[in-house]
Design a protein around this ligand. Structure first.
Ligand code: SF4
Length: 352
C-alpha cells in the first residue's frame, strides 16, 4: 500500500497529481531503503555463489510444482535434515497430486508421521482435493495459489517463483536476517517484503529466492555469521550480527478518511490499480478528502502500513461523485481480496 501516503495528498490535489505524488513517494521510500545498494551487482554475486555452492537437495532436482509445494510445506518450521527422508517417503507414497487427492486423510497423516504440525498435512490434502476437483491444473501464480487451503504469502511466492518463474519475492526468517544485515536496518512487515522484491532478480526469481534463503541457512547464520565466506560481504552494511541499537525505519504519522457507503445490502468499494506497488488489485473503501474529509467521523481507528501510522476516520455516506468503484453485496465480501485496513473497518462497523 505504498501509494497510500500519496492518496492523502492526491485527494486534495486531484487525480492528475495522484500519479506524480505516487511516484515521488515511491522514490522516497525506495531511496530510504536501498539508496546505496547496487542491486545488479548483488544479484550477480549471489547467484554466482548459489550456482557453485547450493546444497544438492532432492526438491531442487526438478521444478515440478507438486514437488516444490510438498517440500515448501514440509520445510515450514522444520529443518532441512529432518525433512529429507520424509520428503522421499511421502513422494513414493503420493507421487502426484491426483494420488494425494484420492488418498484417505488417515493415509496422508500416516505418511506425514514424525514431521509434526499435522495441520500442514491436512491442508496439503485439502488443497490437493480442491485442485483436482476444480481443474486438475496446478495454479501457476502466487495470487491463485493463495486461494488454496494452507498456502500463505511465503509458500505461494516460493512455489510461483521456483516452479513458474513468477518474479515474486519470498520473505522467511533467513531472508529477513540477510536483508537486515545487508541494509544495516531493522526493517519488518511490509517493508521487508518490499525490500525483498526490490532486490529480486526478475530473470531468475526462483533461484534468487532460494539463494537468499541458502545464504541465510549456511553462511549468514543467526549467531556468528561466516562473513569471510560470504559472496556479498563487500556490499553488506553490517558484516556481522546486527547491533541491538541498529536504526529502525522512522514512522511517520498521517490522517486519512474513508467513505462507508451502504445501500440495499451492498457496500461501495474501489479496486487498487493493478500497477500499485503494494496490494495491487485489492479492494478498499473510497478515500474522501477536502472539506468533507474534515467532518466528524463516525468511527476512528489507527492503522500502520510500512513506515506510516495512520489515524483513520470513517464517514458514513457516499464517496465523491467521480469515484470509480463497484457495489459489492455483503455476502460476497468474504470472497473478495480486501486490504487489511478495509477488512478492519468493515469488521469494526459490523459489515462483516
Ligand atoms: S557479510 Fe556477514 S552479515 Fe553480511 S550478509 Fe554476509 S554473512 Fe551476513
Amino acid at each position: 500500500m505504498g501509494s497510500i501516503p500519496a492518496y492523502t495528498v492526491a485527494g486534495r490535489l486531484g487525480r492528475a497529481a495522484l500519479t506524480v505524488q505516487c511516484r515521488k513517494v515511491m522514490r522516497r521510500e525506495k531511496s530510504s531503503l536501498l539508496m546505496t545498494f547496487d542491486g545488479s551487482r548483488f544479484r550477480g554475486r549471489l547467484l554466482g555463489w548459489f550456482d557453485k555452492h547450493k546444497r544438492d537437495l532432492p526438491w531442487r532436482r526438478d521444478r515440478d510444482p507438486y514437488r516444490v509445494w510438498v517440500s515448501e510445506v514440509m520445510l515450514q518450521q522444520t529443518r532441512v535434515a529432518a525433512v529429507l527422508d520424509h520428503y522421499k517417503r511421502f513422494l513414493r507414497r503420493f507421487p502426484n497430486i491426483e494420488k494425494l487427492a484420492r488418498a484417505r486423510e488417515a493415509s496422508v497423516l500416516a505418511a506425514w508421521s514424525g514431521l509434526g504440525y499435522y495441520r500442514r498435512a491436512r491442508m496439503l490434502h485439502a488443497a490437493a482435493k480442491r485442485v483436482v476437483k476444480d481443474s486438475g491444473r496446478f495454479p501457476a501464480t502466487a495470487a491463485q495459489l493463495r486461494e488454496l487451503p494452507g498456502i500463505g504469502r511465503y509458500t505461494a511466492a516460493a512455489i510461483a517463483s521456483i516452479a513458474f518463474d513468477e518474479p515474486v519475492a519470498v520473505v522467511d526468517g533467513n531472508v529477513e536476517r540477510v536483508l537486515q544485515r545487508l541494509l544495516g536496518k531493522r526493517i519488518g512487515g511490509e517493508w521487508l517484503w518490499r525490500a525483498a522484491q526490490e532486490v529480486l532478480d526478475p530473470g531468475r526469481p526462483g533461484d534468487f529466492n532460494q539463494a537468499m534463503m541458502e545464504l541465510g541457512a549456511t553462511v549468514c547464520l543467526p549467531r556468528q555469521p561466516k562473513c569471510a565466506e560470504c559472496p556479498v560481504s563487500r556490499m553488506c552494511a553490517t558484516r556481522g550480527e546486527l547491533s541491538a541499537r541498529a536504526p529502525g525505519i522512522r514512522q511517520t504519522k498521517r490522517e486519512i478518511n474513508y467513505a462507508l457507503d451502504r445501500r440495499n445490502g451492498s457496500i461501495f468499494l474501489v479496486k487498487r490499480p493493478a500497477t500499485a506497488s503494494l496490494m495491487p488489485g485489492m479492494w478498499e473503501l473510497p478515500e474522501i478528502s477536502g472539506a468533507r474529509g474534515q467532518a466528524q467521523p463516525s468511527l476512528s481507528l489507527r492503522h500502520s502500513i510500512t513506515v506510516t501510522d495512520y489515524q483513520v476516520g470513517v464517514l458514513e455516506g457516499a464517496a465523491a461523485e467521480e469515484t470509480t468503484g463497484r457495489w459489492i453485496a455483503k455476502s460476497r465480501l468474504s470472497t473478495l481480496p480486501l486490504t487489511g485496513l478495509a477488512r478492519k473497518i468493515l469488521r469494526a462497523t459490523k459489515v462483516i
